[in-house]
Design a protein around this ligand. Structure first.
Ligand code: BJW
Ligand code: ZN
Length: 259
């Protein structure tokens, strides 16, 4: 493992434009269940692929609302883990030492990257920190939500239910954010993919775009993923262990370029 970490560190030090692309696995060690875990075990008696949709919300707005409020409570209760923190330190290290550009793209709706200290995060699937009207799309704020209500609040402008500002199945991703993420994937020379199964379109295209544009893809995951066939390096393991180890190797290389 040390050799492969050293090799990954060398690739990081040599790269000029780096993209880190994360999924639910990066937050697993904070205590947030991943999607596929949740699906296998039905999360709170709810199948995420059924409720994370406009159909699910139309059929039972109260159930979907309570499910998101429960997840919000989980997210608020937990802390960023060493994987989130290593990404912040890696950005700082390679920016200072070798002047790289760095882009962080996440599919997660939690704010654990921000709470760890990552300054700019492209949220492809929205965020649980924001809410919007399901009809007129007016924005509603987290502090105004009654988290124990059994039904979603109603929009003051049009009376329709308010929903989390996240991207459900069958919905399009925020255009500007996805355009920025795609552009970063196209021009990067290294993409570090962390904790995503790669099963959900169109976010799962990013590593393939990076690969097709000539970038090196490194996949960090305890299990092989959809990206195995394009990843030049597979760092098998948990993000909270692998990323701090990768940071350490990269630090050694920037401090002693000869070693
Ligand atoms: C660790 C670890 C550790 C564990 N360290 N790693 C057929 C029918 C219907 C639709 C489709 C279809 N085929 C394709 C579609 C399109 C659909 C789609 O992709 N579906 C697939 C499931 C098949 N996509 C969409 O609908 C998207 N929109 C779209 O396509 O628009 C165009 C369109 C418009 C109109 C009509 C038709 C098309 C939108 C997708 C939105 C996804 N939204 C969600 C919910 C967000 C809100 C919320 O959080 O509630 O996003 S779904 C869910 O999956 C969530 C995640 O961001 C996303 C990705 O999951 P992720 O992060 O990869 O998590 P997991 O659980 O899958 O994987 C975790 C990984 O971590 C695993 O690999 C573990 O091994 C690993 N791990 N511990 C590191 N410690
Ligand atoms: Zn409204």
């Amino acid at each position: 493992m040390i050799d492969i970490l050293r090799h990954s560190g060398e690739l990081l030090v040599r790269a000029r434009r780096v993209v880190v692309f994360t999924g639910a696995g990066i937050s697993a060690e904070s205590g947030i269940a991943t999607f596929r875990d949740a699906q296998d075990g039905l999360w709170m008696g709810v199948n995420p692929s059924t409720v994370a949709s406009q159909n699910g919300f139309s059929e039972d707005p109260g159930l979907v609302w309570r499910w998101y409020m429960h997840r919000l409570a989980d997210i608020t209760r937990v802390e960023p883990n060493p994987g989130h923190i290593a990404i912040v330190d890696l950005f700082a290290l390679v920016r200072r030492a070798v002047g790289h550009s760095f882009t962080l793209v996440t599919q997660n709706i939690d704010d654990l990257h921000e709470r760890a200290g990552s300054p700019q995060v492209l949220h492809l699937h929205g965020s649980l920190a924001r809410f919007r009207c399901n009809r007129c799309r007016s924005i509603h704020h987290l502090q105004d939500m009654d988290r124990s209500a059994s039904l979603p609040p109603s929009c003051l402008l049009c009376g329709e239910f308010v929903r989390p500002d996240v991207v459900w199945f069958g919905e399009t991703l925020p255009g500007q954010t996805f355009a920025e993420a795609t552009a970063a994937a196209r021009r990067c020379d290294l993409m570090l993919v962390v904790g995503t199964s790669g099963l959900v379109y169109p976010a799962n295209e990013l590593p393939f775009i990076a690969h097709a544009s000539g970038a090196t893809v490194i996949d960090v995951n305890p299990e092989p993923t959809e990206f195995s066939r394009v990843a030049r390096v597979y760092l098998q393991g948990r993000a909270g262990t692998v990323l701090p180890a990768l940071l350490e190797e990269t630090r050694l290389l920037t401090e002693n370029p000869q070693t």
